[in-house]
Design a protein around this ligand. Structure first.
Ligand code: ASP
Length: 571
């Protein structure tokens, strides 16, 4: 006999009279003297079972043993509920099942939390994730995950992309994070790195003639865990040969729209707006601006050059935001404090400094009645960062953000290099394989500070969903980038010899993209972090509350790997 012949949430009033078998979890049990009511639940919904001792004495005996989350199987007749018992909030609320046979298939020990409990501690939810997964929220999120990924695979398939599996165990891949290392028993003292991304393998696929590669791949990066970051995460990773930037953006937009449509959501309009990196930093103080609200940053550097106000006159850069409200003294002080935490020397309110400013300056700022202009004067990067953070902070605090909006946009034309405080030289902004903008190749070595890359990021409501670029496909250009990064010929060969060899054997022009799938799904599910759309995530300490990993290993196992710990094993 089948375990069930219908799902709990499927039955409607027209099913009255049917004899059915259902199976699922006991969501609640209500004992009304003789009659017992059980809400039986599976992922499709809930169904009311009525166990009446007059109909089946055996079922009634069993019903008294039932506790929440027992797994049950029931056979009986679907009947219409009495009019006063109809539950309009439940899709199955018109009917119930008069049970003839009831079996407990599995019991449950007392629960660490109830499924309908609010604000359950997250570590507890993750420790008992199998319970948490039964909640409507997790069922919805994990199924949305599947729906969106299936839609994306569909788009890839229609466009002729080939799913190629690439290794997780590889050499370090430079994506800007620390590598997770994997000792190798057969070669003690040597390590694989877990791939931070399949970047070089997908480029090699292009050299290998695959010409449209994709993968929903797992990537590993040893970084602090955050709302949008786990040690391991999935990317929609793609690469295309003989393409230009617009071809790559077009495919990515199609994937986003395909996933929205599959999820039954109004898709964003295409093409997504584009913004240069320079513009984004100037107007929003961020390379991933949240464009659900305006409050653009204004530049006042020119107009304050000869200011009487020394703080403005002597600063390399002066910018401000106009906030559509006024602030009390204490609110202003609080804002100043946060600005200082972000690295500003101060935060000037126009009303307080206007007596130092000329008529020309005041006229240039043109602040409407009831609004406040807040200024930061400092080096350009500090001004941009602080006003960028302030803009988002105030956008949230003052409720300027439309939580239902979905604003996608591209950031283009990033600098190819950035200066590294850490080792005092140039490092890559995206990764070292990004091509310079057309016509700027000559500047790679001549003027690394100003050369721009064919690098693009996709942003959704202020979250960076992913990055991509057109790649370097000529070995001499690749070597020029390596030189700027301070790698001599020998180091280049040692680390990237295989790539240089491949670029020397007929590499087509190519480019690609990678989108963080978990970030995408979290946003699609309107969840605040990616843990809510990940079946088994880790917590901020880097632990997995469910299995208790990471764990120490016995010395004998480590010895086999050629590893000796300098500190004693933690408990
Ligand atoms: N490998 C890059 C990343 O993981 C994406 C790309 O350039 O395609 O961010």
């Amino acid at each position: 006999m089948a375990w069930r012949d219908v799902m709990c949430g499927e039955l409607r009033d027209e099913d009255a009279g049917r004899r059915i078998t259902v199976a699922g979890w006991a969501d609640t049990r209500r004992d009304h003297g003789g009659l017992v009511f059980v809400d039986l639940r599976d992922h499709t919904g809930k169904l009311q079972l009525v166990i009446n001792p007059e109909r089946s004495a055996g079922a009634a005996r069993t019903a008294h043993e039932i506790r929440n989350e027992f797994v049950l199987q029931a056979t009986g007749e679907v009947t219409a509920r009495a009019p006063d018992a109809v539950n309009p909030d439940l899709p199955t609320g018109q009917i119930e099942v008069q049970v003839d046979e009831l079996r407990i298939l599995s019991r449950s020990s007392p629960l660490p939390f109830q499924l309908d409990e609010e604000n359950v501690d997250e570590t507890l939810r993750l420790r008992y994730r199998w319970l948490d997964m039964r909640t409507e929220r997790m069922q919805r999120n994990l199924r949305l995950n599947h729906t969106a990924i299936a839609a994306i695979r569909n788009v890839m398939d229609e466009r002729g992309f080939v799913d190629v599996w690439t290794p997780s165990m590889t050499r370090g891949t430079p994506e800007g994070a620390r590598d997770f290392l994997l000792p190798v028993r057969l070669q003690p003292g040597k390590f694989y790195a877990l791939a931070q991304s399949p970047q070089l393998f997908k480029q090699l696929c292009m050299v290998g003639g695959i010409d449209r590669y994709y993968q929903i791949c797992t990537c590993w990066r040893d970084e602090d865990l955050r709302a949008d970051r786990q040690f391991e995460f999935r990317q929609l990773d793609l690469e295309m040969a003989f393409v230009e930037r617009e071809d790559v953006l077009d495919v990515m937009e199609a994937c986003v729209v395909g996933a929205f449509e599959a999820a039954g959501r109004e898709p964003p309009e295409r093409p997504f707006p584009r913004l240069s990196y320079a513009d984004a930093m100037l107007r929003y103080g961020s390379d991933k601006p949240d464009l659900r609200f305006e409050m653009e940053i204004q530049d006042a550097t020119e107009v304050t050059r000869d200011s009487e106000f020394g703080v403005f006159k002597n600063a390399a850069c002066v910018r401000y935001v106009v906030v559509p409200r006024t602030f009390s003294r204490s609110e202003q002080t609080r804002l100043e404090d946060v600005a200082k935490e972000w690295g500003a020397k101060g935060l000037a309110n126009l009303t307080q400094i206007s007596k130092f400013l000329s008529g020309r300056e005041l006229e240039a700022f043109g602040v409407p009645e009831g609004s406040t202009a807040l200024f930061v004067a400092d080096e350009e990067d500090v001004v941009a960062r602080v006003l960028g953070l302030l803009r988002v902070h105030l956008g949230r605090e003052l409720g300027l953000i439309d939580a239902d909006a979905d604003v996608f946009h591209w950031i283009l034309e990033f600098p190819l290099f950035e200066h590294s405080e850490e080792f005092g030289g140039w490092t890559f902004m995206h990764h070292p394989f990004t091509a310079a903008m057309f016509g700027e190749e000559e500047q790679i070595e001549a003027d690394p500070a100003h050369v721009r890359g064919q690098h693009y990021d996709l942003i959704w409501n202020g979250w960076e969903l992913g990055s991509g670029s057109i790649r370097i496909h000529e070995a001499p250009v690749q070597q020029a980038v390596f030189r700027v990064m301070g790698l001599n010929e020998e180091e280049q060969r040692d680390k990237f010899g295989f790539l240089l060899d491949a670029l020397e054997m007929g590499a087509p022009p190519h480019g690609g993209f990678a989108m963080g799938i978990d970030r995408f799904i979290a946003q699609l599910a309107r969840e605040p972090d990616i843990r809510q759309v990940t079946a088994f995530p880790k917590i901020a300490s880097g632990s997995d509350p469910l299995t208790g990993a990471p764990t120490p290993y016995p010395d004998s196992a480590l010895r086999e790997l050629g590893i000796r710990l300098t500190d004693p094993q933690p408990e």
